[in-house]
Design a protein around this ligand. Structure first.
Ligand code: FES
Length: 145
């Protein structure tokens, strides 16, 4: 007897693993990659797309050389998080979900990154940056090529 919940969970883990592999190869998850995963698992494209767009660390769009994920959750929000997000928008010249014209940075909003003690916080690639201020962000951005 099959437990449907367990089967679904295993499928989602498998989809997630395949999506992560696809992203590691090209930096994002292409339409072709999602179709290939759907066909190989015998599931719908929308199921694959649903997983690909659920997790903020996965992207279905080409990304810049450095990916900024800034926290939008409540603890960061309560410590001037919105001001920090707006400052980052201004400094980069792009909105969340966009990439700078030079391809240097992609900018996205994310839920808690587990660094609430350093709120407001963001990730650039795998680097954590916390206790952010507009001036600190400007200094941090200069350190990325
Ligand atoms: S709420 Fe922002 S890092 Fe946790």
């Amino acid at each position: 007897m099959t437990n449907k919940t367990t089967t679904l969970s295993k499928n989602q883990k498998l989809i997630l693993t395949l999506l992560q592999e696809a992203q590691q190869k090209t930096g994002f998850i292409s339409e072709e990659a999602m179709v290939g995963i759907a066909e190989s698992l015998g599931i719908s494209r929308s199921d694959v797309y649903g997983v690909a767009t659920f997790y903020s660390f996965l992207s279905v769009q080409p990304q810049g050389r450095n990916v900024i994920r800034i926290c939008k959750s409540l603890p960061c929000h309560l410590k001037n998080g919105q001001e920090i997000i707006e400052s980052l928008e201004k400094q980069l010249g792009v909105k969340p979900g966009e990439t700078t014209p030079d391809g240097k940075f992609s900018f996205t909003l994310t839920n808690c990154i587990g660094e609430c003690d350093q709120a407001p916080a963001m990730l650039i690639n795998d680097d954590v940056h916390g206790n952010l201020t507009p001036d600190k962000i400007a200094r941090i951005l200069k350190t990325y090529k």
